[in-house]
Ligand binder design. Structure first.
Ligand code: ADP
Ligand code: MG
Length: 379
């Protein structure tokens, strides 16, 4: 079992990523005892991996915004896509291990090819990025069915149904193996409770299917429940994943922090993103013991949007803001976050996915103009 002190340090580092939000678009503090490894003369070097689809365009927008507000970030760009290039994965892993921090676009997963293993999953596993964290919060002016959603989704990111162990034992019979381990459940549960404490969150809801998967999900539930006793200030709740799905779409305000194993976490996170406006809005963070990778919450590629200047850049820009907080550039993070927030809310610059007609570049431009006006704050 991970010592509680070790995890507290992990939690504190990541939690110090984000300052308490005074605008809802700001991400919260996150657990982590990681170094932002590559820092030279006040400049942070981060890895940028554009990936497939709209990733390259979006990374371009992030670079432009960062440059505009003089954020002390140098991007080291490495590329990996669904088209295998000799040694590309090794190069990306090396770059992330060296810099400690990365921002990435998603890599398309070909599901018509049984031999194609998700490169995103492989990357997460190789770097042992075990915690995935999303903050789903309603943004005023973005049309949604429900108001006042503020949920932090914490997902185990390396095991469970994502073990990649599948085989056809005899023709017509497939075994798909879900592996869960006490150690990995403990570290993600610890992360969730530490996150809750450090961010003043009131409740952690463990999501499971222990009524059917009695051993696997049973272990998850048992560990979450036992560990809750160490955190008396945080209320523990548990919910079966099917009910959690229904509760989410009918009364999402009841959730605070959700703690989930891998696959349920994937699905529940997508429901939550949908509730607050869709794939273009929410960022996602991945943490291991030493590395952090920032990306969009729903990990889409948006391939159909490429080159049209219509994708919502908000999710990627927020991933950039999360990254700035992680490396300790809070002023720059606040500046970009507030500038984007104002563009989306007060100025109502909405792309098509959230009911508007603005181009991607218009939202970026408006954000830059807001940054220009707010820039004196940096002095
Ligand atoms: P899939 O993951 O199935 O390949 P996509 O990656 O293209 O599909 O994304 C799923 C849906 O979300 C698509 O309808 C896509 O247009 C939409 N989408 C993804 N990213 C964005 C974005 N940044 N802005 C607006 N819509 C988006
Ligand atoms: Mg896609």
């Amino acid at each position: 079992m991970l010592s509680s002190n070790a995890i507290t340090a992990v939690a504190r580092r990541a939690l110090s990523v984000a300052t308490p939000a005074n605008s809802a678009i700001r991400t919260h503090k996150l657990p982590g005892n990681r170094n932002t490894l590559a820092k030279y003369g006040g400049q942070h070097t981060v890895t940028a991996m554009p990936g497939d689809g709209i990733g390259p365009e979006m990374i371009g927008h992030i670079k432009k915004i960062f440059k505009y507000c003089n954020a002390p970030i140098n991007f080291e760009e490495v590329q990996m896509t669904s088209i295998y290039q000799d040694g590309d994965m090794e190069e990306v892993i090396y770059a992330i291990e060296r810099n400690g921090v990365a921002i990435k676009g998603n890599i398309e997963t070909k599901f018509d090819d049984p031999a194609f293993v998700s490169r995103n999953v492989e990357l997460r596993r190789r770097l042992d990025l075990w915690a995935n964290v999303l903050h789903c919060v309603t943004i005023p002016t973005v049309p949604t069915r429900h108001k006042d959603i503020d949920i932090v989704l914490i997902r185990e990111n390396t095991e469970g149904e994502y073990s990649g162990l599948e085989h056809e034992s005899i023709p017509g019979v497939v075994e798909s193996i879900k592996i869960v381990t006490q150690e990995k459940i403990e570290r993600i549960a610890r992360f969730a409770y530490e996150y809750a404490v450090l961010n003043g969150r009131k409740k952690v809801t463990a999501v499971h299917k222990a009524n059917i998967q009695k051993l696997g999900d049973g272990l998850f539930l048992q560990i979450a429940k036992d560990m809750a006793k160490e955190y008396p200030t945080v209320e523990f709740d548990q919910m079966i994943v099917d009910n959690a799905s229904m509760q989410l779409v009918s009364r999402p305000q009841q959730f605070d922090v959700m703690l989930m194993p891998n696959l349920y976490g994937n699905i529940i996170s997508n429901i939550a993103c949908g509730l607050v406006g869709g794939p273009g809005l929410v960022s996602g963070m991945n943490f291991g013991d030493v590395h952090a990778v920032f990306e969009t919450g729903t990990r889409n590629t948006g391939t159909g949007l490429v080159g049209k200047d219509i994708a919502n850049p908000t999710a990627f820009i927020r991933a950039g803001v999360d990254m700035l907080r992680y490396v300790g550039c809070h002023k720059h993070a606040d500046l970009i976050s507030d500038a984007l927030w104002e563009a989306l809310t007060e100025q109502g610059v909405h792309t098509g996915d959230i009911g508007g007609s603005a181009k991607t570049s218009e939202l970026v431009e408006r954000t830059l103009r807001n940054i220009e006006r707010m820039m004196p704050r940096l002095d």
